[in-house]
Design a binder for this molecule. Structure first.
Ligand code: ADP
Ligand code: X15
Length: 402
């Protein structure tokens, strides 16, 4: 199945045409301050090439997980400002997704100009389970870019989501794969098929329910699976330990127990944990054995003995994929685990890929050498689903006959 690409679109000619670009601009924020602009930078080449070719570029993106209605803290305003700074051109932010605000901004674009729609997840149809509702929004996107409009899918971090601006719109408009999506798939392809062994995957982070499902599928493919971050506690609970008020996915405890029973030789879980009496940088903290988490306390990082065991596994690896910080690295008392794991990966001779908005941000914010990693991917969940062999809806749709 031939997928049309950005190059094909540029060859067709885009001058004067409206082109809708789906980017992943889901950056970490501290209030209105972007703490890591890696995803905005990664989105630039595609946007810039289209603008330089004279397209009227309309960028669609999400930020966080608003509940289908506008919420100031999830506004893309800081992102529009940063995108404008990096492009060296004004980027107007529409006041809505496909409403009057969006129409006004889109129709005001001159050739080569760029606009950003407001957070697509402000519209409940974006993430709706009802295909008809998503299709309706997809048609509204298509109407925005008009008769000779086109769609470029460039938001690699979100291609695992069957959402209106990722999947459905590609069935309505002539659709093209962007350079970022193609480049990411190319590198990740080295981890599928026949990765050099030992192949070690390190998981963490807070999107526990999303990523626990991936573990089952990944286990047969890897030699070791190191589990830190928020998802470790479901495994500690499965070992019969009490986890206090740590993140816990109760529905997965039984599956985790079975996995530990059948694949226990591959799974490495924390042996010690940094606990806190509340979720705050100035909380009271302690480092305790994984079976001694006090009632009411929460585990916010892996402890030093765990870092050592993770580092040892990584040191012997030939291929490493890491997604999800080992702890709440944004707060200094809980950053040591993530720093230790990241340093071990950077020091290893393995072909190493780190993926995910926060994991990539951690590498940069904790001052680790970016060249210590073979590839820093913009996608966490998307990379994981690709590695487990799942079809990525936002990619598969590009190969469908239009
Ligand atoms: N033990 C923990 N408890 C709560 N949150 C955690 C824990 N460990 C890591 N996190 C949080 O996980 C978040 C990142 O998770 P996730 O979105 O899954 O990663 P990525 O964006 O790299 O894919 C970080 O903001 C970090 O603070
Ligand atoms: O941040 C993202 O994914 P990641 O945390 O897996 O890297 C993407 O922007 C997707 O966001 P979503 O997981 O809310 O759909």
């Amino acid at each position: 199945m031939a997928v049309k690409t950005l190059e094909d679109l540029l060859a067709e000619g885009v001058a004067g045409r409206h082109v809708l670009v789906r980017s992943d601009l889901n950056v970490p924020l501290d209030g209105a301050r972007i703490t890591d602009d890696g995803r905005v930078r990664a989105a630039l080449p595609t946007i810039r090439r289209l603008a330089e070719a004279g397209a009227k570029v309309v960028v669609a993106a999400h930020l966080g997980r608003p509940k289908g209605a506008p919420e100031e803290k999830y506004s893309l305003r800081p992102v529009a400002a940063r995108l404008g700074e990096l492009l060296g051109a004004d980027v107007r932010l529409a006041s809505d997704v496909v409403g009057e605000g969006a129409k006004a901004v889109v129709s005001s674009l001159a050739d080569g100009q760029v606009a950003l729609l407001e957070n697509v997840r402000f519209d409940p149809r974006e993430t709706s389970k009802d295909a008809g509702e998503r299709d309706e929004l997809a048609h509204a996107f298509a109407a925005l870019v008009g008769e000779d409009g086109a769609f470029v899918s460039d938001g690699f971090g979100v291609v695992h989501r069957k959402q209106a601006s990722v999947y459905d719109v590609a069935r309505v408009l002539p659709a093209y794969a962007g350079g970022l999506v193609l480049a990411e798939l190319d590198v990740l392809g080295r981890l599928t098929g026949n990765p050099e062994r030992p192949y070690v995957v390190v998981l963490g982070g807070s999107k526990v329910s999303d990523k626990l499902a991936v573990i089952e599928a990944l286990l047969p493919k890897v030699d070791k699976l190191l589990i830190g971050g928020g998802m470790a506690f479901t495994f500690l609970a499965a070992q019969g330990h009490s986890v206090g008020s740590s993140l816990l996915e109760q529905d997965f405890v039984e599956t985790a127990r079975k996995l530990l029973e059948t694949e226990g030789d591959k799974i490495v879980v924390p042996v010690d944990v940094v606990v806190a009496d509340r979720f705050a940088a100035d909380a009271a903290t302690d480092t305790v054995a994984a079976d001694a988490i006090p009632e009411g306390w929460m585990g916010l990082d892996i402890g030093p003995r765990t870092v050592e065991s993770f580092a040892a596994a990584v040191a012997g690896a030939k291929t490493v994929f890491w997604n999800g910080p080992a702890g709440v690295f944004e707060m200094a008392p809980f950053a040591a685990g993530t720093r230790g794991v990241a340093q071990a990966i950077a020091d290893s001779a393995a072909f190493s890929v780190v993926g995910g908005g926060d994991s990539a941000a951690a590498v940069r914010q904790l001052g680790l050498p970016e060249d210590g990693f073979s590839h820093i991917s913009t996608g966490g969940g998307a990379s994981l689903e690709y590695l487990e062999g799942k079809e990525l809806p936002g990619v598969a749709v590009l190969g469908e006959e239009g």
